[in-house]
Design a protein around this ligand. Structure first.
Ligand code: ATP
Ligand code: MG
Length: 416
């Protein structure tokens, strides 16, 4: 017996409707906001993520699934969706077309993490990217889109926003951060000691309890924003208020990826603990140029589908159950079963959800099975019915039966 790899999960047939519900709701919302789907490969050249996610991030330093292929190329399974979308946007020439370019994806992502509830090694994201627009109204639109989706899914979440400025304001802030952390350097975790030298902003994103405590008193980026970044953040707040979306400012949100500039945001569920961030995103004006395109602003977010489902489950959100068969056709003997088989095929061809026996069950067991399937009607074919080209159709809810000609069955069930 071979087991499933650690940190991965099966979606079983009886549960897949929940995934489909979240995915189709996400697609609906995306369409309302004029986004089209982009699909990029599951693996890319490793360098794309090294440059696009950033050399100092946990993702690149510790979490990537990287291997040499048989042609000795370094390949990495995508740990997130943005880098691939940006690569494709540039490579396809879309970056030279009509702007903004608004797109979304639903994709698996792979990170070698310590598996916990809501933290997997293969997980799935619904992600959104808007390329080409620099104003805060676009950041607000991305946030409103995420908010619309989360509300449609029945989730109770809190929105936290922050601005991490541009490279100019960040230089001053990084200096202030270094001064603040220096006396505490000894007490920081191993990773934070490295972050201190390479990218002090990352220190604010540490998940170690001790580091979190020290972080609580760190200086706020908001005191270091330049005039333009400050105005951009004000504009974001104005747009969110216009949209009627409530938010709280949390100056400690910096996001795990290196390419963010200005707006960053997280939607956090109030009902689950540690892995409560169901959706996160921000602006990344430096990324497209970093990946070889002409400089172009961009904003986006990604929501973790597993986490959405966990929160929905924990808060008792009802997901519409999949349809049950309209009719189960039961045959009494071998000849009647053959008729049930061909009738089911004819009915399905006309769009009727029909099921039959495949296990050579007795008629009694077939009724039991039909009931288990939730079939609305059972059409019984015995010797007499077969001779008359009719079936005895029983409504499972009322127990009432009537005789229906084979030729009339499609029309009969299409109205049920
Ligand atoms: P976290 O701080 O929880 O590690 P992150 O900052 O690494 O999250 P992002 O890279 O922004 O997360 O990914 C966007 C979303 O994808 C997260 O908000 C979360 O909902 C989901 N997500 C991220 N990593 C995982 C994982 N290992 N398993 C399941 N979902 C994940
Ligand atoms: Mg992470």
């Amino acid at each position: 017996m071979i087991n499933i790899p650690k940190g991965t999960k099966d979606v079983l047939p009886q549960d897949s409707y929940k995934w489909q519900y979240v995915e189709s709701t996400a697609r609906e919302v995306a369409a309302l906001f004029n986004l089209k789907e982009i699909r990029t490969p599951t693996f890319e050249h490793t360098e794309l993520f090294q440059r696009g996610v950033g050399d100092t991030t946990d993702i690149v330093t510790k979490e990537m699934y990287t291997f040499k292929d048989k042609g000795n190329r370094s390949i990495t399974l995508k740990p997130e969706g943005t880098a691939g979308a940006v690569r494709s946007f540039i490579e396809s020439g879309l970056a030279g077309g009509v702007l903004p370019a608004k797109m979304y994806y639903i994709t698996p992502a792979f990170r070698y993490e310590r598996p916990q509830a809501g933290r997997l090694r293969e997980f799935h994201q619904f992600g959104v990217e808007i390329f080409g627009a620099k104003g805060a109204q676009t950041d607000a639109e991305a946030i409103v889109m995420a908010d619309t989706l989360l509300k449609k899914l029945g989730l109770n979440v809190k929105l936290y926003i922050n601005s991490i400025g541009c490279p100019t304001c960040r230089a001053a802030f990084n200096k202030a951060l270094k001064e603040f952390f220096e006396p505490n350097l000894e007490n920081l975790c191993y990773d934070c000691k490295a972050r201190y030298g390479k990218n002090p902003l990352r220190l604010l994103d540490c998940k170690e309890e001790n580091c979190k405590k020290i972080n609580a008193n760190a200086p706020s980026i908001l005191d270091y924003l330049c005039e333009d970044c400050s105005a951009h953040f004000e504009e974001l707040k104005t747009c969110l208020t216009l949209a009627g979306v409530e938010y709280e400012i949390d100056p400690r949100i910096v996001r795990g990826l290196d390419y963010y500039t200005r707006s960053v945001f997280e939607f956090v569920s109030t009902s689950i603990g540690a892995q409560g961030t169901v959706c996160a995103g921000g602006r990344y004006d430096g990324l497209i140029e970093e990946l070889g395109g002409n400089p172009m602003p961009a904003v986006g977010f990604a929501a973790g589908i597993e986490r959405l489902l966990i929160v929905m489950e924990q808060t008792g959100v009802e997901i519409p159950a999949p349809a049950c068969p309209t009719v189960y056709i039961a045959g009494m003997d071998a000849e009647c079963r053959k008729k049930a088989f061909s009738l089911a095929i004819a009915l399905r061809a006309k769009g009727v959800f029909a099921e039959i026996d495949h296990m050579e069950r007795s008629i009694k067991a077939q009724f039991k099975y039909a009931d288990k399937l939730g079939a609305k009607y059972v059409a019984v074919i015995g010797g007499n019915e077969l001779a008359e080209d009719r079936a005895n159709v029983k409504c499972m809810a009322t127990g009432e039966s009537e005789s229906v000609a084979f030729a009339d069955m499609a029309a009969y069930f299409l109205t049920k």
